[in-house]
Design a binder for this molecule. Sequence first.
Ligand code: DP6
Length: 364
Amino acid sequence: MPRSRFVGRTIDSHPKKKSGTSAWRSPSNIALVKYWGKHGRQLPRNPSISMTLSRAFTETMVQYEYQEYPSDSSHLEFYFEGKPNEAFRHRIKTFLDGHIDVMPFLKNVHLSIESRNSFPHSAGIASSASSMSALALCLASIESELLGTEEIDTTKASYISRLASGSACRSVFPEWAVWGQSSFYEGSDDQYAIPVGDYHEIYRDMHDDILIISDHEKSVSSSAGHKLMEDNIYADARFSQARHRMGEIKEHLASGEIMQFGKIVEDEALSLHAMMMCSDPSFILMTPKTLEAIQCIRAYRKENEAPIFFTLDAGPNVHVLYPESIAEETQAFIQNTLGPLCVDGRIIKDQMGQGPTAITEFSL
Ligand code: DP6
């Protein structure tokens, strides 16, 4: 069997560097066609496409020290926003220990990891896409430093991100990214995401205002939700629906037919939550205020013939999408009508972003 290009080489007794620091800022992303259901080693049941954000991001700094004698597992400390965090350390250690075959250098390093988010931890917005992609970029950089290879392999960083959290693999690319094999996207793959360059001007700098409808911890984790798809009687229909919608969204992205694009985006959000509602056990992550926001957005769109749409993650918060061309009037509507539905009026005003950047110090 050919050795996967992603399975790292073992560091021989002469690493190119014995210690160093790698630091990355990596953004969150919002899926338009959703990933919901996985199998094997973090492989998606259907392809997904997302828009990379810019203001919701994680900064992660990893210091490493080479240890001559390899150990069987990873060694690390973890600080979240300046303080040791045992729960996060445990999660990262479990992930690293489970993937030593992909990153054999982990046997020979001691890691000190510190991470910070640009959004409050209690904002109820998903942080695994930004945090796991930032960590994966640091790990991929450290591996190339130790091996003395020139540049970080972004696709490998996407691959490592995916192993940590599926949606994270899309965050390593600017603007739009596709993860999962799709007949509509050449080069797409279940193992990693690919960037999507072909889109109409109207979508450039697209806005995503995130309405913080609830800042509580989710009652059902994404991992548990994915698992429930295994026995969902609608699963096969859902996976083929998503596959089909990848083709439709590609077409509308390229042509600029934003109303059709928005229709699919909204249908996707509702399909995702419908899957939750017909899982066994069923669960509901939307709240009355989520539905109220959705109704207000639809009414405003109808009245003003404005291309404004909603989408949802696996949670109650509403992402409001609209193009830069209608930003001014739309923001007034969002502030005045949707703001009162949010916890303390909180809205995270995000926008399409250019992907991760290497940093030398924390900005947060
Ligand atoms: C609804 O990526 O959080 O946001 O792979 O278990 O970490 P894990 O799941 P995660 O699931 C994200 C689900 C989603 C849709 C999406 O981002 O595509």
